[in-house]
Write a protein that binds this ligand. Structure first.
Ligand SMILES: Cc1cc2nc3c(=O)[nH]c(=O)nc-3n(C[C@H](O)[C@H](O)[C@H](O)COP(=O)(O)O)c2cc1C
Length: 212
């Protein structure tokens, strides 16, 4: 499919059909994903595709308490999912059916392979992720190109030690995100909600809009 259309319609898919995603479709997606950039071209990213039902179940059990806490924070302690916006309702459905999604793909990265140039600043460090998440987005785009949906999640990163144990991830590797993958049960979005260009680009100065 056309690149810009793929970029504009690769939303978070939270309803999947039961149809398995064939190996050759995943292969093609990983094959394109690996062209993502990384600092120093160190190629730190490794993937695990989880299809095993017991392992998906365990990942779902680990995910749900974090989702519930997040959900309760949003809902102010209420549980009336129907009264909440569609995104939260779909995220709640997604969380409660995590073990049923056709595949859960874990993006891992070799810590030594990350060139973390902001590690010493007095703020949260993000540069390490710059060698991982472009590759993850390539993966999602390459799936979209083949009619496959994806949902990038990070709540399970809270439980990285348990995930590492479950999937035998070696020392020296981190988990960057967990991507649910499958054919969308409700199609792809026509229009994603994002901040307009006019509000996010400065010219020569942070506060001077480049476009108006
Ligand atoms: C870094 C990152 C972490 C995310 N973590 C979660 C998550 O743990 N659970 C979840 O349901 N969605 C997660 N999402 C999906 C976002 O909620 C989603 O991208 C956002 O609501 C926009 O949705 P849309 O692409 O459908 O418009 C995550 C997305 C990103 C990029």
């Amino acid at each position: 499919m056309e690149l810009v259309e793929a970029m504009r319609t690769t939303g978070t898919c939270r309803y999947f059909s039961d149809e398995p995603v064939p190996d050759d479709v995943l292969y093609k997606a990983f094959d394109s994903a690996r062209f993502g950039p990384q600092g120093g071209n160190r190629q730190p990213v490794r993937w695990i595709v989880v299809r095993d039902q017991a392992k998906k179940q365990r990942l779902a059990e680990l995910y749900l308490p974090y989702w519930d806490a997040y959900f309760n924070a949003i809902a102010g302690g209420g549980v009336n999912v129907g009264a909440l916006p569609e995104t939260v309702r779909s995220a709640d459905h997604f969380a409660r059916h995590l073990a049923e999604h056709p595949a859960l793909v874990i993006a891992c990265a070799e810590i030594e392979g990350l060139h973390v140039t902001d590690a010493d600043l007095d703020r949260v460090s993000v540069v390490g992720g710059g060698s991982i998440y472009p590759t993850v987005q390539n993966f999602c785009l390459a799936l979209r190109d083949q009619g496959v949906g994806s949902a990038v999640t990070t709540l399970l990163c809270h439980e990285e030690p348990k995930v590492r144990e479950l999937l035998h991830i070696p020392d020296g590797f981190l988990t960057a995100c967990h991507i649910a993958v499958g054919y969308p049960a409700k199609g792809f979005p026509k229009k994603l909600t994002r901040t307009p260009v006019e509000q996010i680009v400065g010219l020569d100065d942070f506060a001077t809009p480049m476009f108006s």
